[in-house]
Design a protein around this ligand. Structure first.
Ligand code: NAD
Length: 519
């Protein structure tokens, strides 16, 4: 049995014929080997799951924050006890390096189960609201947050724990039932984690995993009270259009083309190290990875030389355990075609690949593209304007910070960005001018690990946020309550309207609000 089969406790069903439309053949993208089969669920199956989820949700909600937190805290422990199992399954269906699976999937999951167990209650507790309105003064005003009911989570393939399962955790902590539709490329991690949640006491049916392709996801949109979608901008638009038919709320975490700006006074060593680290991390298949770099002319040559040396030294191959390689395979076969198209387009228009530039890896199976550094690039090239989502780092020389800001903002996307300058005040001032949902100064990407800090895209990169208060309130119905405790039988603004009272009220309001500064 392969490690994935061992980990999810099933064996590959060799009786499933190739091309059976009712099954997905899950591959290890580092080798091309089929490691498991999972069913393709149709709309009827998704509807049955929805009915089951709705039936058990009230009892899950009735456990209260404490009861739900007990299950999630046990799951945090389960994640630490089963670290190797989780990391191996993530690696087996994504082809990523051991360290990428450890840092950005497993350790995120460990932190997230504990974070939401602890913070669901403070984020969702009733809030007392005070008011300045004289008509409402003295009344009790409360904002409360109750679970919406059944949440649909649809996820991509790049981080099976973080970007798929990760959003299920706050949805569950809020008291909802959840159906997760993981990517058809990486369903095994979700099945394993669901098994873990059941071992930790999650009642059957509170969370379910609906395996399948896009049609399964579309069927889910019809069944739930809210959709949390992570994936490409094109699919996000389709999901939102479908959700509009039933006025189902959506939260969308979509694609990006994240710029890095290296100013002339940057620490060039740090900037070069982070450019390679966070451009190539997870094979560049990170929504917030560095996708394009703008470097001020005085430090351009030094930056390119340092990036080239560092990128050329990366060990690219099948990860066999800690420290064995730096960059693994790509996960999604079609993504290799996109990366190749962007690199070929750039080279045809005059760019140079100073490192890498080709698909494949030592003639072995699976889906590979070399870590690649491109120079002499500009905005006529796809590698600078479209999401590449691969191990490429195109670097462009700019005259000054103004040109870098203009080019960084010259994109339909606005997910994340980074600025490098030893003058942190200047770096922050530049950050504030960038059209991105998250910006790091002298850093990149790790803002995602601060679960208290909201993260969400601007422009075509999404709607809504994950993490922080908003990352759990979006799974709730908000209810405002006004309670009048001590009251007169009648109030001045009530029927019958009387001239004297009306004029008196106007005078009082003008007195209250009409004393502001003029001009
Ligand atoms: P994708 O849009 O192709 O698929 C995402 C999910 O949507 C999959 O589970 C897929 O089966 C499902 N789907 C496809 N068609 C559907 C439909 N009509 N209705 C409902 N569901 C449907 O994206 P992908 O290739 O899996 O992932 C890569 C993309 O995800 C990149 O653009 C990346 O930037 C983005 N991403 C964004 C974030 C973020 O937080 N902003 C995080 C990770 C990935």
């Amino acid at each position: 049995m392969t490690s994935a089969e061992q980990a999810i406790g099933t064996s590959v069903d060799s009786t499933v014929p190739n091309g059976d439309a009712s099954q997905i053949a899950v591959e290890n993208p580092a080798t091309g080997e089929v490691i498991a089969h999972v069913p393709v669920l149709d709309a009827d199956a998704v509807a049955a799951m929805a009915a089951r989820g709705r039936a058990v949700q009230p009892a899950w909600n009735a456990l209260g924050f404490e009861g739900r937190a007990r299950v999630l805290s046990r799951m945090q422990k389960w994640m630490t006890d089963n670290a190797e199992r989780v990391i191996q399954v993530v690696m087996s269906e994504t082809g990523k390096a051991y360290e990428d699976a450890q840092l950005a999937d497993w350790s995120y999951g460990v932190a997230a189960f504990g974070f939401w167990a602890k913070n669901a209650e403070p984020y969702l507790a009733d809030e007392k609201v005070s008011t300045a309105s004289p008509f409402v003064k003295g009344k009790k005003l409360v904002l409360r947050h109750t679970p919406l009911g059944l949440i649909g989570v649809i996820g991509p393939w790049n981080y099976p724990v973080t970007n798929s399962f990760g959003d299920c955790i706050p949805a569950l902590a809020a008291g909802n039932a959840v159906i997760l539709k993981p990517s058809e490329i990486t369903p095994l991690t979700s099945l394993l984690l669901l098994e873990g949640l059941h071992e930790c006491g999650l009642p059957e049916g509170v969370m379910q995993v609906a395996t399948g392709y896009g049609d399964t996801g579309a069927a889910l949109v019809d069944q739930v009270d809210m959709i949390m979608f992570t994936g490409s901008t094109a699919t996000g638009k389709r999901v939102m259009a479908k959700a509009a038919e039933t006025l189902t709320p959506v939260s969308l975490e979509l694609g990006g083309k994240d710029p890095m700006l290296v100013l002339a006074d940057a620490d060039v060593d740090r900037a070069a190290n982070l450019a390679v680290q966070y451009g190539m991390f997870n094979g560049g298949q990170t929504c917030i990875s560095i996708e394009r770099v703008y470097v001020e002319e005085p430090v351009y040559d030094e930056f390119v030389a340092k990036v080239t040396a560092k990128a050329a030294a990366l060990r690219h191959g099948v990860s066999t355990g800690p420290g064995s390689v730096d960059v693994g395979s790509m996960t999604f076969p079609k993504q290799v075609d996109i990366v190749e198209r962007h690199v070929d387009d750039a080279i045809a228009k005059g760019a140079r690949a100073v490192v890498g530039g080709k698909r494949g890896h030592d003639g072995q199976g699976g889906y590979w593209f070399e870590p690649t550094v491109l120079v002499d690039v500009d905005h006529t090239m796809e590698c600078m304007t479209e999401e590449t989502f691969g191990p490429t780092l195109p670097i462009m020389k700019v005259a000054d910070a103004e040109e870098a800001i203009r080019l960084a903002n010259d994109s339909p996307y606005g997910l994340a960005a980074s600025v490098f300058s030893k003058d942190v005040a200047k770096g922050e001032a530049v950050a504030r001018r960038l059209e991105a949902g998250a910006v790091c100064v002298n850093d990149a990407l790790i803002n995602y690990l601060a679960l208290e800090l909201p993260m969400g895209g601007a422009k075509a990169s999404g709607l809504g946020t994950r993490h922080g208060k908003g990352g759990i309130r979006k799974f709730c119905q908000h209810q405002s309550i006004l309670v009048t405790r001590f009251a007169l039988k009648d109030e001045p603004q009530m029927y019958p309207y009387r001239k004297g009272v009306t004029k008196g009220l106007q005078k009082a309001i003008r007195f209250m609000y009409g004393r502001g500064k003029r001009g």
